[in-house]
Design a protein around this ligand. Structure first.
Ligand code: SF4
Ligand code: SF4
Length: 246
């Protein structure tokens, strides 16, 4: 059975009633109900780590290969990181290469803006909202259980995020999902890190399958890399629209 989970009080995530009236005395500002509707996606300029199951959901939903949808970043070894040889497809230079990496959402180098943040008539919106990773779903709340705690280092929301009962329920559900997904991720990368070979393709073949199996997920249609033009070319040959190469 999972441990009791609760959200951590914070002045920028005040607990409110159904109408958005604050229920705590820690809120110095007036809370705003559903603030994301007006926000230009401040949190979408932050680094978002992606667990293996988050990666599966994202790539399967948008039908894009793993290396197109995600970034592999070298990091100091930590509980979520995996050992991997430097791979020229994804890793910048030998300098600073630690031998460990993690998965994250692709971002613009200068602005930090997530590649999935899109402009719709002047509003900034997530283009993969239904399949966004749990790091996005749980922002901006902090949380604790008997043995763990988590949440953002700082809250980037421009106004206090009103936590009505329905918001709190949704966040608790998403935090629990994040805890469960990272537990599977950590177990899989721990098993991978014990192995001898550490190529990136081997990592995906091992880790994606192992994570999916533990969660009862499907890995159908998941590829490590691909190219839409080449795929179309292959399909045109297969369908007879183009002749096979001589
Ligand atoms: S969670 Fe906060 S920072 Fe992110 S879009 Fe909503 S209001 Fe903006
Ligand atoms: S995936 Fe969507 S919600 Fe997450 S950072 Fe990118 S644009 Fe924002």
């Amino acid at each position: 059975m999972s441990e009791p989970l609760r959200l951590t009080p914070h002045p920028l995530t005040p607990r409110c009633d159904e109408n958005g009236a604050p229920q705590t005395k820690i809120a110095p500002y007036k809370p705003v109900v559903e603030p994301c509707r007006a926000c230009p996606g401040h949190c979408c300029h932050l680094r978002v780590k992606v667990s293996l199951l988050d990666a599966i959901e994202l790539c399967r939903t948008i039908d894009v290969p793993l290396l197109a949808a995600l970034r592999v970043r070298t990091v100091k070894p930590h509980e979520h990181s995996f050992r991997v040889e430097r791979d020229p497809r994804v890793i910048e230079s030998v300098d600073g290469w630690t031998g460990h990496a993690e998965l994250e959402l692709p971002r613009d180098e200068d602005s930090g803006r997530c590649h999935y943040l899109t402009d719709v008539g002047g509003f900034q919106r997530c283009a993969v909202y239904g399949a966004r990773p749990t790091g996005c779903r749980t922002y901006p709340v902090g949380w604790t259980t008997e043995t763990q705690r988590g949440g953002p280092g700082a809250v980037a929301c421009p106004v206090p995020y009103a936590l009505r009962p329905q918001d709190e329920r949704r966040f608790l559900e998403h935090v629990q999902l994040a805890i469960d997904r990272w537990a599977i991720h950590d177990a899989v990368v721990a098993a991978w890190n014990e192995r001898d070979a550490h190529g990136l393709d081997d990592f995906f073949a091992f880790a994606i399958d192992a994570a999916a199996e533990r969660a009862g997920e499907s890995t159908a249609r998941l590829e490590v890399e691909g190219d839409a033009e080449r795929e179309l070319y292959a399909q045109q040959i297969a369908s007879g629209v183009l002749p096979p190469p001589a």
